[in-house]
Design a protein around this ligand. Structure first.
Ligand SMILES: Nc1ncnc2c1ncn2[C@@H]1O[C@H](COP(=O)(O)OP(=O)(O)OP(=O)(O)O)[C@@H](O)[C@H]1O
Ligand code: SF4
Ligand SMILES: [Mg+2]
Length: 365
């Protein structure tokens, strides 16, 4: 696991990410610090009620001095959206640390959430049309956001600024001016949604399944745009997806989620190039060739969701894991650093006897 706080030079100050140390120097603070973050939901079934951990001790650090695309993947119901909602302040956390630029997100007042946090952290959701009223001209959203956040000195300056932002997503104001959402294609509408997110010059975009409703060809152009935004606009993106192929092409780092756990996390090429956790191996074999063009059309064959996985005592993957050992049934595996990534599995735990381990390769899964 990465260190969460370390002393650094003043580069982070430019983005407002530093706090002052008593001796007058600055102490580096990450852009986003997620540590042991947990969300417990209470489910009522008749007279009975049960707690389950939709997100269970998740830890991720996004640096403030180097923008990155951080992919979060995992099958349906693994806790990806719950994690995103907590980061966006839309869902409270049950336990753990959640800080943006060293501020505890749950403690930020509603006023500051509006005036500061949502200027800095912007969401992009799956369905672009759900973000816009069908009765309202789509460019009006851009004007309103620019004016509400005082991104322009006066109304006259707004078209120039909006055009500049739209150019980052490959559109012009002339193309969308006066048009209603239903007059735009899905790809255009998602580009406008991303442009709206960019109006406030955010440092972090949380994109939850932003391409899953788009054609395969458009997916590529949107994820490429995230890469460009990172390079040109210094924006970090948490890119949540089912689609391992786009995660592979876009993500600098990746976290693989399973029933609320991050089971493998590290540089994307390393994790998806040579997955170590049996679950990541299983996900990867669901797409025949991650580098092939066909991968764009391939839908990952998501495993059947087992309702007992969330409430298992031991490893949540034990019921499906081809390498399961006795220890896995009753004990929670530790997260260990192995081959340049963290992996939550007894196979990589030195305390477990080697002769009990049945190491797998993706082809064997
Ligand atoms: N408000 C809620 N109350 C109770 N359970 C919830 C709530 N929100 C989510 N859950 C449950 O938490 C688990 C994780 O859900 P979440 O939406 O975070 O998964 P996900 O990985 O985003 O799935 P998908 O890929 O389908 O979007 C699921 O079992 C879901 O049913
Ligand atoms: S801890 Fe055990 S059950 Fe879980 S993934 Fe590793 S080997 Fe499989
Ligand atoms: Mg989701």
């Amino acid at each position: 696991m990465e260190a969460t706080v370390s002393t650094r030079d003043s580069r982070s100050e430019r983005r407002g990410g530093s706090v002052h140390a008593p001796h007058g120097g600055s102490v580096y603070a990450p852009l986003l610090q997620i540590e042991n973050l947990t969300k417990v939901f209470h489910i009522r079934q008749g007279f009975a009620s049960q707690d389950f951990h939709a997100v269970d001790k998740a830890s991720i650090v996004i640096d403030s001095d180097k923008p990155e695309i951080f992919a979060v993947v995992g099958e349906s119901g693994s806790g990806k959206t719950t994690l995103a909602k907590m980061v966006l302040g839309m869902e409270s956390s049950s336990e753990g640390i959640l800080r943006y630029k060293n501020r505890v997100i749950n403690d930020i007042s509603r006023r500051e959430m509006k005036s500061w946090f949502y200027r800095e952290v912007q969401p992009v959701f799956q369905d672009p049309f759900a973000a816009f009223s069908p009765l309202k001209r789509i460019d009006s959203y851009l004007y309103e956001t620019a004016q509400n956040y005082k991104m322009v000195a006066d109304k006259k300056e707004a078209p120039r600024y909006i055009n500049e932002v739209l150019s980052a997503v490959g559109l012009t104001l002339a193309e969308i001016a006066g048009r209603y959402p239903n007059e735009l294609s899905g790809g255009q509408a998602q580009r406008v949604a991303i442009a709206r997110a960019l109006i406030t010059k955010p440092s972090l975009i949380i994109a939850d399944e932003p391409v899953s409703m788009l054609d395969a060809s458009l997916r590529m152009s949107i994820v490429n745009m995230f890469r460009k935004l990172k390079e040109d606009n210094n924006v970090s993106v948490i890119y949540i997806t089912h689609d391992l192929a786009t995660a592979y092409y876009t993500g600098d780092r990746i976290a693989v989620m399973l029933r609320g756990w991050i089971v493998e996390m590290g540089p994307t090429e390393r994790v998806l190039g040579n997955p170590l956790h049996p679950y990541t191996q299983n996900l990867k074999t669901s797409i025949p060739n991650i580098k092939s063009e066909e991968a764009w059309n391939e839908k990952i064959d998501l495993a059947v969701i087992e309702t007992d996985e969330y409430t298992r005592t031991g490893c949540k993957f034990a019921g499906r894991c081809p390498a399961v050992m006795d220890i896995c049934h009753d004990n929670v595996p530790p997260s260990v650093v192995h081959e340049g990534r963290s992996v939550k599995c007894f196979l990589y735990d030195d305390a477990v006897d080697a002769d009990k381990k049945r190491m797998l390769t993706p082809a064997a899964v």
